[in-house]
Design a protein around this ligand. Sequence first.
Ligand SMILES: Nc1nc2c(c(=O)[nH]1)N[C@H]1C(S)=C(S)[C@@H](COP(=O)(O)OP(=O)(O)OC[C@H]3O[C@@H](n4cnc5c(=O)[nH]c(N)nc54)[C@H](O)[C@@H]3O)O[C@H]1N2
Ligand SMILES: Nc1nc2c(c(=O)[nH]1)N[C@H]1C(S)=C(S)[C@@H](COP(=O)(O)OP(=O)(O)OC[C@H]3O[C@@H](n4cnc5c(=O)[nH]c(N)nc54)[C@H](O)[C@@H]3O)O[C@H]1N2
Ligand code: SF4
Ligand SMILES: [Mo]
Length: 699
Amino acid sequence: MATKVVRGACPHDCPDTCGLVTEVEDGQAVNFYGDPDHPITQGWLCAKVLPYLNHVYHPDRLTQPLRRVGPKGSGQWQPISWDEAIGEIGQRWRDIITEYGAEAILPYSYSGTLGLLQMGVVNGRFWNRLGASQLERTICGAAAEFAVEATLGSRRSQRYEDVQHSQLVIIWGHNPVSTAPHFMPHLLQARKNGTQVVVIDPRRTRTARLADWHLAPKPGSDGALALGLANHIVELGLHDEAWLAQHTVGWPALRERLAEYPLARVAQITGLPEDDMARLARLYAETTPALIKIADGLQRNFNGGQNVRAICALPALTGQYGRRGGGLAYSTSGYVPWDGEAIHKWAECPPPGRKVNMNRLGAALLGEVDKPPVKALFVYGSNPAAIAPNAGRVVAGLRREDLFTVVHELFLTDTADLADIVLPATSQLEHADLHKAYGHTYLTYNHPAIPPLGESKSNWQVMKLLAAEMGFSEPWLQQSADEVLDEVLMATAVTQPQFVGITLERLKNEGTIPLTIDSEVPFADGRFPTPSGKVELYSQTMADLGLDPLPVWQEVADSGGQDGVVLNGHLENGRFPAEEALILLSPASHHFTTSTFANQADLVAREGEPFVEIHPEDAARQNIQTGDWVRLENGRGWCEFRAKITESVRHGVVASPKGRWSKWGNGRNVNWLTSDSLGDMAGQSTFHSSRVWLRRITL
Ligand SMILES: Nc1nc2c(c(=O)[nH]1)N[C@H]1C(S)=C(S)[C@@H](COP(=O)(O)OP(=O)(O)OC[C@H]3O[C@@H](n4cnc5c(=O)[nH]c(N)nc54)[C@H](O)[C@@H]3O)O[C@H]1N2
Ligand SMILES: Nc1nc2c(c(=O)[nH]1)N[C@H]1C(S)=C(S)[C@@H](COP(=O)(O)OP(=O)(O)OC[C@H]3O[C@@H](n4cnc5c(=O)[nH]c(N)nc54)[C@H](O)[C@@H]3O)O[C@H]1N2
Ligand code: SF4
Ligand SMILES: [Mo]
């Protein structure tokens, strides 16, 4: 039988955006592997996506639209046709629009796929035409994006392989072994050649285990650490006055601010020994090129935006920006600004004013948003019942009898369980798309490899059906996938020279094409696309928003859901004693992408039972041993885990990875404990600021 070889792109939330190869026989995918010709992938895939055919052909894949027949959440469904499903959605929406207006409809989506079409365009066109509420997509990295752009003007990073030129790499609150695996071979090669690798993380992560030096500060203390290191560098006279004078705004003011961060004070805040910080400051100042690599984990804190601002100041202090192997590696997203108008059609359909922050979903459904109330929810590419903070409130909101919820999904997730109508979605092997990356600058076209399973349809197909049902006649709501991709590519190339010559036809033929970036080294010309053209240590943008225009460390404590957030002070009252509070981190798991894959038996087996890591000192106080069942609780809720006693978390910190499906762990997961307060910038999530209390339980 003839084997067809089909090239694609990994759609999952990961900076590597791998090239995929699917071998197909008679419409069935029979073999699947990393594209050997993809410059980043180099023929290998991560542990999560390598067994992808188990995901695509999972026996639980949804294949038909379903209508709820029993009470919400009862698991009683009746298969219906697509015509019935779309007709019913249209009827319910029209009634809601008549009574409350279209802003009573809220689309909820995030990163099930990162495709230009199935995420980008799908998030824009139809919802703008409908006039639905806009979702503020702030759950992941909003504060860091905002902080980095305010400071440097754009999100640009050097190429993974350029780490070969770094003499020192500080990986700060980031765990690339799990979350950016294709960076690792380059880092390990560099290390072999003498590059020093330092990891700053309250947990001894898989990445930290491979480093020369691991420092474990208290969560949320990074701003103080960065400013303390900067202060010490200035005290030693190791900063680069000339570079600062030429390339930055606000250095004199920042210099004054730094005096507030002597190492003695910073040691109190971070819990790190003064000597270690002094050594790190000297190492950083005396080693060139020195790279700081961050991602988003570290900024999911109340003070996360300012902490990132403080970190961004360090490479300026020692003149590391613009050097090959130096500076800051955060994201390459700034190189690929798709044409917004082509995606959203704002000119024809100005978006309505009403915005809902996705971190506040539970609160919004329970009445925080009332003009108009949210009466209909349409969820796709996301599993909010499992991944949004303060899950108890999200679930209570989803259980509202008067809320009409549609979930478009591959599986009956925790969220789909609470829907009124479930629509079956295609997997990446079943639809077309185009992918950029946030860790590199290649574009990759995803050819559909196999026909849709059962009656499943892609996000864009569903938008087209809904548009027709609502009577919208705009041609841009009925284009084919390739017509949409072509339009966005062409529109983007008009203003972005890096796209010139990159056509859809070439992408379809060649699979992966690099953008033409004028310099491989970010900011090599010494120009920063900020209003001043310089690194904005002092940011007028921040000042205009009422934020501190200089990097600052703010002490912030979560109330644990007892009575709001306490700024610059300690919470003493409440049901739980403040002195026994622990900080809960819920980082990326190695074998799932947030909740994607957490229903796949082979990967669940490798990840093990839901567990929480506890430092021996914290465990000893309650006589907890590895293997015991423990309950974490706070004012928001509780969840039970197997205890793992380990020194890989610092004391005062417990860690349990994100992404478990609640229905497979006594109906709850870690997000029943997490904070849904917003961070200091851009409406950011604050998962890692969550305070919890620990106790042993007997089952
Ligand atoms: N295997 C796997 N890969 C993934 C994902 C996944 O779920 N699994 N998720 C994807 C997504 S959605 C994203 S956004 C990225 C995230 O990529 P990363 O940011 O690398 O991942 P996280 O585990 O969220 O956070 C990184 C580290 O931050 C640490 N941390 C938390 N709070 C603090 C703090 O206050 N200070 C410091 N210094 N460190 C802190 C955590 O202990 C954690 O080890 O990964 C993507 N890749
Ligand atoms: N406790 C805690 N929670 C967290 C975080 C944390 O650090 N700690 N991190 C947060 C972060 S960084 C992120 S990015 C979010 C991610 O949260 P989500 O964006 O919700 O991501 P996933 O959990 O991967 O769920 C994606 C869903 O989309 C579905 N899907 C995939 N492809 C398609 C498609 O083409 N069409 C449709 N209709 N559906 C599709 C998948 O089956 C899956 O159920 O989680 C957040 N949650
Ligand atoms: S999740 Fe990341 S590393 Fe894994 S295949 Fe996808 S892009 Fe590659
Ligand atoms: Mo994310």
